[in-house]
Design a protein around this ligand. Structure first.
Ligand code: ADP
Length: 229
């Protein structure tokens, strides 16, 4: 399907929902129970957050593509970032049959990275892992130090990816079969790749259809700066 019309269609249905509920709150709130008002506001909030994150994805990607996104490098503790993400996703999956695992054997080195963008990389991968798990299984985050940097893996036991599709999944707007019924626009992995490469790193995928997928991110400890930077 045409991506722009799909995007517009989804944007519109979220906006229509928000609009409708806002109108109802404006016109009928007089006799409305407090609980119902809060319920409406909660839905409005959720839909608005969804829209915001979608638009952010697009903006971020286009900034990366056109080189307008400047990464803000700083010394960061990857371990702290991963621990926080792990806790967040553990809370998120607490009520489900999905189990989160974190494997960090030895202390990770401090690396030079843009913490916010890197978080985006991991949340995109973890959201996919959740989205393409069949509501169960283990999602593992592992990290270790290597020669000149770190390797982080996000593994899931979800639907897996068709080998024929693997070469394309990092392309903008590429969506695999099996993703039709799931939300998304195929921006997530393109963003992951752009951010990781902006760090001088690489991203790889390995997957077995029906068994699960592993995304591997290799990040250098220090950024190689170009002349004059
Ligand atoms: P989206 O998730 O919005 O479709 P992405 O760019 O994040 O877009 O992913 C592109 C495609 O790659 C997905 O549509 C899906 O087919 C495939 N994919 C990504 N992550 C996984 C995963 N963990 N398991 C199975 N398929 C995946």
């Amino acid at each position: 399907a045409n991506m722009i019309s799909m995007f517009a269609h989804d944007m519109r249905s979220s906006l229509t929902g928000i609009h409708g509920l806002a109108l109802r709150l404006l016109n009928k709130s007089a006799g409305m129970e407090e609980e119902r008002k809060i319920e409406y506001l909660r839905i409005i909030n959720k839909e608005a957050a969804k829209l915001e994150s979608l638009v952010d994805d697009f903006l971020e990607f286009s900034r990366l593509e056109t080189g307008r996104l400047k990464l803000n490098f700083d010394s960061i503790s990857l371990e702290k970032e991963l621990l926080e993400l792990f806790e967040a996703y553990r809370a998120k999956t607490a009520q489900t049959a999905i189990r989160m695992e974190l494997q960090i054997e030895e202390a990770l080195p401090i690396i030079e990275a843009d913490a916010n963008r890197l978080r985006r990389v991991f949340t995109n991968l973890l959201d996919n892992a959740l989205k393409f798990s069949k509501g169960q299984g283990v999602i593992t985050i592992s990290a270790k130090e290597v020669n000149h940097g770190v390797v982080v893996k996000i593994m899931d036991e979800g639907i897996g990816i068709d080998p024929a599709e693997l070469p394309f999944i990092f392309d903008l707007f590429h969506r695999g079969c099996g993703s039709e019924k799931r939300e998304g626009y195929g921006i997530g992995l393109a963003t992951v790749k752009a951010i990781v490469e902006g760090h001088g790193g690489r991203v790889y995928v390995a997957s077995t259809l029906g068994k699960g997928s592993t995304f591997t991110i290799v990040l250098p400890r220090k950024i190689k700066r170009k002349e004059g930077e």
